[in-house]
Write a protein that binds this ligand. Structure first.
Ligand code: PLP
Length: 266
């Protein structure tokens, strides 16, 4: 026996989800205001693109953000990113991979990523190119169209070469030395299935972000002299987005100021 359908509106969504949406909406609006104010202060007529970094936060948050107009999301671990991308396949989202990437994950990342912002060594370039080829073969086998070329940003380590060399181990945050940008750019440009997008950097700990981003802008100008289309400058996080906007960043990667403090590291 079925219960009669109760009259009235459809069941409301859970109160927790409504509260979270309001929280995300308020934080997102505050970040957008900061970006607009920084662009005005810098006399910039354009606004940089916002990539919301959703690492450590659940797919349900990404869905709420998409409902608030977010299209670009950033993730730094393949396992977490691919699970969210699969769960949210019904949404029109661009996934930007921003973390250290092992070559054996390159093929998997090519399944869902629009861009890899952390290209920092030749072996990764060839692994990503092979990954795109394998992904397109898989799609062809299923009668699906080929994916778009994978946008690759070269991640630049703005610390001194001595500091760069000192922690090349597992804790290394990644990035190629500025002197190696030209060679890497040539490899990406020549690689099948990849598109050279530009540069990405994190301001070094303890350094003045304005100076770091000014240096990145100079490196970008030099890159664009050879590759005019490689005009992306991805710089600026929650703490230093104003300095990045002032230095001409085209893309900002903002996590905690949109989503709140990250849950403790798992
Ligand atoms: C986590 C992360 C961000 C976002 O940092 P917030 O301080 O949370 O804004 C940006 N870029 C990279 C490479 C990251 O790993």
């Amino acid at each position: 026996m079925t219960e009669p359908t109760p009259p009235g509106p459809a069941p409301a969504e859970p109160a927790g989800s409504q509260a979270r949406r309001a929280d995300l909406a308020a934080r997102l609006a505050a970040v957008r205001d900061r970006i607009a104010a920084a662009a005005r202060a810098a006399g910039r007529p354009d606004l940089p693109e916002l990539i919301v970094v959703t690492k450590f936060f659940p797919a349900s948050d990404v869905r709420l953000l998409a409902g608030l107009g977010v299209r670009r999301v950033g993730e730094n671990r393949d396992q977490e990113a691919s699970a969210k991308a699969a769960e949210l396949a019904d949404l029109d989202l661009e996934w930007h991979f921003i973390g250290q990437l092992q070559t054996n994950k390159a093929r998997h990342v090519a399944r869902y990523a629009h861009a890899v912002q952390s290209v920092d060594r030749p072996q990764l370039v060839s692994a990503l190119s092979r990954g795109v080829a394998a992904e397109n073969q898989r799609r062809a086998g299923e009668g699906l169209p080929a994916r778009s070329p994978l946008e690759c940003l070269i991640q630049v380590d703005l610390r001194s070469p001595a500091e760069h060399a000192r922690d090349a181990g597992p804790a290394h945050r990644g990035g190629a030395l500025p002197a190696d940008i030209g060679a890497l750019a040539g490899l990406v440009d020549a690689a099948e299935g990849l598109r050279l997008g530009g540069l990405m950097a994190v301001a070094p700990l303890g350094a003045d972000p304005a100076a770091a981003f000014a240096r990145l802008a100079g490196l970008s100008a030099a890159l664009r002299a050879s590759y005019p289309g490689a005009d992306v400058v991805s710089a600026g996080m929650s703490q230093d987005l104003e300095q990045a906007v002032a230095a001409g960043a085209t893309h900002l990667r903002v996590g905690s100021d949109v989503l709140g403090p990250r849950p403790p590291l798992r």
